[in-house]
Ligand binder design. Structure first.
Ligand SMILES: [Zn+2]
Length: 72
């Protein structure tokens, strides 16, 4: 069960060894000792604005063209 949850971060991070992961989006290496991915999650969120729950490719377009219903 844990495997599917942690798999998401490995889309943007590559594990180098037991305790270190390499970010694929920047040259930073993040410690993930004891298969603890919370640091990786935090890095993705804070540095790359990637949330665990929303995939980076799915860009939610807030601005919708052609939906201007202004009274003027
Ligand atoms: Zn990074």
């Amino acid at each position: 069960m844990e495997r599917t949850r942690t798999a998401k971060v490995w889309k943007n991070l590559k594990k180098i060894n037991e305790s270190t992961a390499q970010c694929l989006l920047c040259p930073k290496k993040i410690s993930c000792k004891g298969s603890n991915t919370s640091g990786l999650d935090r890095h993705l969120q804070r540095v790359h604005n990637i949330s665990r729950n929303q995939p980076p490719e799915e860009s939610t377009s807030v601005t919708q063209p052609g939906t201007s219903c202004e009274p003027e």
